[in-house]
Write a protein that binds this ligand. Structure first.
Ligand SMILES: Nc1ncnc2c1ncn2[C@@H]1O[C@H](COP(=O)(O)OP(=O)(O)OP(=O)(O)O)[C@@H](O)[C@H]1O
Ligand SMILES: Nc1ncnc2c1ncn2[C@@H]1O[C@H](COP(=O)(O)OP(=O)(O)OP(=O)(O)O)[C@@H](O)[C@H]1O
Ligand SMILES: [Mg+2]
Ligand SMILES: [Mg+2]
Lengths: 228, 228
């Protein structure tokens, strides 16, 4: 479902160049559960932004479900992002002037859902991540881990076929992290949703069947768990 | 150096009340290294905000170095925060339109340091956290873990006697986390700086000599490591 070929991303700041990705080759099949790891600054979020149709590569190709995506228009990207991809941002990126409930309803506004349907679906997903009692709080009235869970709920609400989660448990205690990763595992095994999770923690990576390691903009290892 | 007595914090939202802290009693001596743990939403950041003179308790007293702080003016708080406390925010709170270097220089502007002194000190602290090569990047040109390290550098730059770090390694890989915690340990043992670190990870808590557990706004355990 995801295929990147010789992907490069170089940021330019004046006459300084930062080579964030230096030739990434990767193939992820439908229904896989992949953990992406690597040291701070190794290119993981840059990679996720390209896969999530939020940024263009400097060189190389990205095929999403067989279609070359790097050359589509921004409108076409927005459409793909809304319908097919759920993105949990490393920095959450919630709207600060709206409640948790409204933040989660927002992606459904573009899908023609009626108001009551959006409300019920948002309540359902927020309860799944343990926030049923915080629906009317704005982000600055939520703890760090609660904001992270609103971001997770928002990514899941449109029932995407691909979920890209950039460090979804960084602000969560171990019990809540286990709840979230078990939820991801269930969505993956029961509904075949493809999951790509960036994490720094081995315990979290263990929920995946495959571990891809980034270092300095390249992939240095790519290992599958033994089928047990 | 920190003493809180029967501390309460209740947030009010219209006619809803959220009792975030429900009677906290805690004493931390100068030079201690304390880890604060507990599940998402248990009151850790709320506690840190009061100890860091960023928020007032609803009830109870807070003594910083023997002086009752809860009743001081906002100007007096700002002075204490700038001179004596280094705060690493869970959400980083960097200024988005200025570079990493400028973000770290900022706390020194209120201390009468000359421009060159500020520059050199900021460069020194940014190198300590491994960001010597990213001085001119703005926050949105930095990875999540790099932003977190700018926030850490900024908290250390004025040489505070108390460092409050709210999940300082949440976005860092294990090697970089170990570097940061070793730095904290060194500041604590060599310079006697009191460290209070909120963390969700046991590996990180192990750098401290004492572990305080929050649950639902109260402290449920407070354990010291055996002196070894
Ligand atoms: N401004 C606010 N208004 C209303 N409720 C709030 C506000 N800030 C925090 N809360 C609530 O207070 C409780 C404690 O929040 P706090 O941020 O202290 O938790 P925490 O222990 O730091 O959690 P985390 O580990 O997720 O960061 C949470 O249930 C949160 O929803
Ligand atoms: N907009 C930008 N302009 C310039 N450099 C950038 C920009 N965004 C990221 N970088 C640089 O590109 C490199 C890779 O960043 P990226 O965010 O992909 O890292 P990461 O692996 O996600 O790190 P972390 O684990 O800390 O989140 C970093 O060294 C960063 O400084
Ligand atoms: Mg990142
Ligand atoms: Mg918190």
């Amino acid at each position: 479902v995801i295929r990147v070929e010789d992907l490069y991303k170089t940021y330019r700041m004046g006459d300084i160049e930062v080579p964030a990705l230096r030739g990434i080759n990767l193939k992820i099949d439908r229904g896989e559960f992949v953990a992406v790891m690597g040291s701070s600054g190794s290119g993981k979020s840059t990679f996720m932004n390209i896969v999530g149709c939020l940024d263009r590569p400097s060189r190389g190709k990205y095929f999403l479900e067989g279609e070359e995506v790097g050359s589509l228009s921004r409108d076409q990207w927005a459409h793909i992002r809304n319908k097919r991809i759920g993105f949990v941002f490393q920095g959450f990126n919630l709207l600060s002037r709206t409640t948790a409930l409204e933040n989660v309803e927002l992606p459904m506004m573009y899908n023609g859902f009626a108001g009551k349907q959006r409300h019920n679906r948002a309540v359902e997903v927020l309860s799944l991540v343990g926030l049923g009692e915080r629906l009317d709080h704005a982000p600055n009235q939520l703890s760090g881990g609660q904001q992270q869970r609103v971001a997770i709920a928002r990514a899941l609400v449109n029932g995407p076929s691909l979920v890209l989660a950039d460090e979804p448990t960084g602000n969560l205690d171990s019990a809540t992290s286990a709840d979230i990763m078990t939820l991801f595992q269930r969505l993956n095994s029961a509904q075949g949703i493809t999951m790509v999770v960036v994490t720094h923690e081995s315990d979290i990576a263990n929920y995946a069947q495959r571990r891809v390691m980034f270092r300095d903009g390249v992939i240095v290892s790519d290992e599958r768990k033994d089928a047990s």
